[in-house]
Design a protein around this ligand. Sequence first.
Ligand SMILES: [Fe+2]
Ligand SMILES: [Fe+2]
Length: 322
Amino acid sequence: MTIQDMPATVHVSNEGLARVNGRKPVDMERSAGRLLRSSTEKFYDAEIDIDWEAPWEVDKHYLPEHRVSLYGTKIWKKLTDEQRVELGRHEIVSILSFGIYAENLLSSALLRMSLKGPLTDQRALYALTEVGDESRHSTMFARIINKTGLEPYKLPKGSLGFAKILHFVPLGPSVSGATLLIEEILDRAQREAMNDPMMQPQLRQSMKIHVLEEARHITFARLEMVEGMQKRGRVSRAWHRGVLALVANLAYPMLINPRVYQAVGVGRLRGVIAQQTSPNYRTNLQFMSEPMIRFFHEAGMIEGKFTKMMWRATRSLPDDLR
Ligand SMILES: [Fe+2]
Ligand SMILES: [Fe+2]
C-alpha cells in the first residue's frame, strides 16, 4: 500500500470492549498473532514515505487553529495571524518532543513484557515488533522537529528523573492504561488534523502513518488492560485504577511546555494561566480523550470515589460521566 492509498481513517478494534461487556476471557496469543500479521502487511518508513526535501508551505498551519492552546482567549485575539501560526509551530514541537519521551518509556515497558513470559510466544514477538514501530515513529518525530528548525522541548531534569521511575513500575493494567492515555489522545487529535487541508502536507502524512500503525498498538494495549483486570483481585484492581488516574493528572499538562508562549512574546505564567482558564482547555481534552475515557469506564478503570475525583480533576471526562 502506498501512502496515497492509505485510508483517511482506520477503524480501531472495539474487541476489548466486547470482551469486557461479555466477560469473555481474552486470548492474547491469538490476538497478538493477528496483530503480528497486520504488522508485516501494513507499515511505513517515514524516511521514504515523507517528502522531506519539500519546504514548509507558507500559508499552512502546524496545528489546527482551534486546537492551539490559547485559541479563543484574550491573548489569542491580540495575536497576529503570523503569531498564531508560530504558536502552533511551537506547540506541535512540544507535543512531538513529549511523544518521543512517551514512546521511549513505552518501548521499555514492551521490552520488559517480551522478557516476562515464555520468550518466544506471540505476545513477546508482537511486543518486539511494536518496539520497532515506535523506533520509526520517534525517528519521524525527531526529523519533523529538526525540519522546523526549532529546538526540541526537553523535559526539565526533575520530571525526567520521575519518568525514569516508570521503568520500574510493575507491568499490568495501569501500564497498559498509561500507554492508551498517550496513544489514544494523540490518535484522536491526529485523525482530525490529518484530514485538515490547512495543515502542512508533511505533518498530515506523518499523522496518517502514525494513526495507521497506532491502531494495532491501541488494540493490543486495550486487550492487555482488559486481560490484566480480569486476572486481578479487588485490591490490585483498585491500585491500578489509582495509579492510572495519577498518571493522567501528570501527563495531560505535560503536552504543552509553558516555554512555547515566549515564542509569541507571552510570559510562561501568563500563558499557562490563560490556557488553564480557557473553556477551550476542557473542550480540547474532552475531544482528545472521549473514546479512551469511555473504554476505561467500560473496562472498570474509572470506578470508586477517589479515582473518579482524580479523573474529574483532569477535566477530560465527557459531561455525562463527570
Ligand atoms: Fe508511536
Ligand atoms: Fe504506539
